[in-house]
Design a protein around this ligand. Structure first.
Ligand code: PLP
Length: 379
C-alpha cells in the first residue's frame, strides 16, 4: 500500500462523515429551498444543523456562515466582494507574498482593474513583520488578506496581533484558514477575524464544499455577491445548496471540535520523529518556523538533490513538491522563494503532511526508505 503523506493537498473522507451524507443522496434528496413539502424541509433542517456545526467550530453566529464550493470560491467572493463594496473608501489591499494562489491571483486580477496591492515580505522563518504591515496600512486600505497557516510550510502567522493593527486602521481582515481550521482551535471572536474561509476536504470532509465566515458586528462586513440567481444564502451566494456536501462539512466540523487535540498530540510526535531522523543527514534542513507551525506539516530541503528525482525513486510515498496546486508548473515554490531560499534549494524541497490516519509503521517505513536513498545518492 502506498503511504499517504500529503494531507495538506486533501484528506480521505472520515467514514462517519460519509455515513451521515449518504441518505441525502438518495431518500432525503430534497432541495433545501423547496418550501412546500417535507423533502425540502428535511434538507433545510440538515443544512441548518450543518451551519450550527461550522459556527460552533469557529465560534461565530450561524447567520455569519455562507456555504461555498470550497476555499477558492470563498476567497474570490471575499476579495472581489470587498473590492466592489468598499472601493468608494479606498483602492488599497495588503496581502503577503506567501499566500495561496487563490488570494494572489485575485489580487493580480484586481490590480488590472485599478487596485493598488502591497505584497508583504516574510523572513526566513516565513513570518511577516508587524512593523512592515503597520507602515503599509493607510486610509486607503480596505482589505488585509493574511493566511492563518501556510499550506507548504505550516507556518502560523500571529493573527490576533495582525487583527489589532488592521482594525486600528479601520480596515477589514480576511484570513485564509483553509489549512488551520479543524487542526487547531480558531475563534473568530477572540482573534477578531472579519472574513475567513473553510474547506471540507482539508478536514476529512468531501471535496467541492466549504464556507466563508462573514462578520456581522464590529465591524459589519458587507460583500457584493459574485453569484446571482435565486437569492440563496441570504442573497450572497445564489445556487442550489449542495446539501450532501454541506452535511459532510458540518459533521467534519463536529468531529474536529471533539477530536482535534487527540490527533494533534499523536501526529505531532510522528512528524517530529520523521523530521528529526531525516535531518540527521548532512545538508538536510527544515524550512520555516518550527515554533509557530501546524503540528502535521514539515517542509524539508535535501540540498543538492532534486526533490523530483527523489520522489520518483520512492513512488510508494505520496508527498508534495512545493504546493500541490502549483506543482503542475515547473517553477520553484513562491513560498520558499519569498522565505529567501534560492531556486536550487527550492527545487530540492519536499512537503510532508501527516494526518489522523498516519501510523507509526508508515512513518518508520518512510524514514527508512528516505534514509536509504539519501545514503545511496551520497555515495
Ligand atoms: N488556501 C489554502 C491555504 C489551501 O491550501 C487551499 C487548497 O490547497 C486553498 C486555499 C483552496 O482550497 P479549495 O481546494 O477548497 O478551493
Amino acid at each position: 500500500m502506498p503511504i499517504y503523506l500529503d494531507y495538506n493537498a486533501t484528506t480521505p473522507v472520515d467514514k462517519r462523515v460519509l455515513e451521515v451524507m449518504l441518505p441525502y443522496f438518495t431518500e432525503n434528496f430534497g432541495n433545501a429551498s423547496s418550501r412546500t413539502h417535507s423533502f425540502g424541509w428535511l434538507a433545510e433542517d440538515a443544512v441548518k444543523i450543518a451551519r450550527q456545526q461550522v459556527a460552533e467550530l469557529i465560534n461565530c453566529l450561524e447567520q455569519e456562515i455562507v456555504f461555498t464550493s470550497g476555499s477558492t470560491e470563498a476567497i474570490n467572493f471575499a476579495i472581489k466582494g470587498i473590492w466592489e463594496n468598499y472601493q468608494f473608501k479606498g483602492k488599497h489591499i495588503v496581502t503577503v507574498k506567501t499566500e495561496h494562489k487563490a488570494v494572489l491571483d485575485c489580487c493580480a486580477f484586481l490590480e488590472k482593474r485599478g487596485a493598488k496591492i502591497t505584497y508583504l515580505s516574510v523572513d526566513r522563518e516565513g513570518l511577516i513583520d508587524l512593523d512592515e504591515l503597520k507602515s503599509a496600512l493607510s486610509s486607503e486600505t480596505i482589505l488585509v488578506a493574511v493566511m492563518y497557516a501556510n499550506n507548504e510550510t505550516g507556518v502560523i502567522q500571529p493573527i490576533k496581533k495582525i487583527a489589532d493593527l488592521v482594525h486600528a486602521n479601520n480596515s477589514i481582515l480576511l484570513c485564509d484558514a483553509t489549512q488551520a481550521v479543524g487542526k487547531i482551535t480558531i475563534d473568530v471572536e477572540e482573534e477578531h477575524i472579519d472574513l475567513m474561509c473553510v474547506s471540507a476536504h482539508k478536514m476529512y470532509g468531501p471535496k467541492g464544499v466549504g464556507a466563508l465566515y462573514v462578520r456581522r458586528k464590529g465591524p459589519r462586513v458587507s460583500l457584493f455577491p459574485q453569484m446571482h440567481g435565486g437569492g440563496h444564502e441570504r442573497g450572497l451566494r445564489s445556487g442550489t445548496l449542495n446539501v450532501t456536501g454541506i452535511v459532510g462539512l458540518g459533521k467534519a466540523c463536529e468531529l474536529a471540535k471533539e477530536e482535534m487535540w487527540e490527533d494533534a498530540i499523536r501526529v505531532s510526535k510522528l512528524r517530529t520523529k520523521l523530521e528529526q531522523l531525516l535531518c540527521e543527514t548532512e545538508n538536510v534542513f527544515i524550512n520555516g518556523s518550527t515554533k509557530h507551525r501546524l503540528f502535521n506539516t514539515t517542509n524539508i530541503t535535501f540540498q543538492g538533490i532534486r526533490s523530483e528525482s527523489l520522489i520518483n525513486k520512492i513512488p510508494n510515498i505520496a508527498v508534495a513538491l512545493g504546493s500541490a496546486c502549483t506543482s503542475a508548473l515547473a517553477q520553484p515554490s513562491h513560498v520558499l522563494k519569498a522565505m529567501g531560499l534560492n531556486d536550487d534549494d527550492s527545487f530540492s524541497s519536499i512537503r510532508f503532511s501527516l494526518g489522523k490516519y498516519t501510523t507509526e509503521a508508515e512513518i518508520n517505513e518512510a524514514i527508512s526508505l528516505f534514509r536509504k536513498l539519501l545514503m545511496e545518492l551520497k555515495n
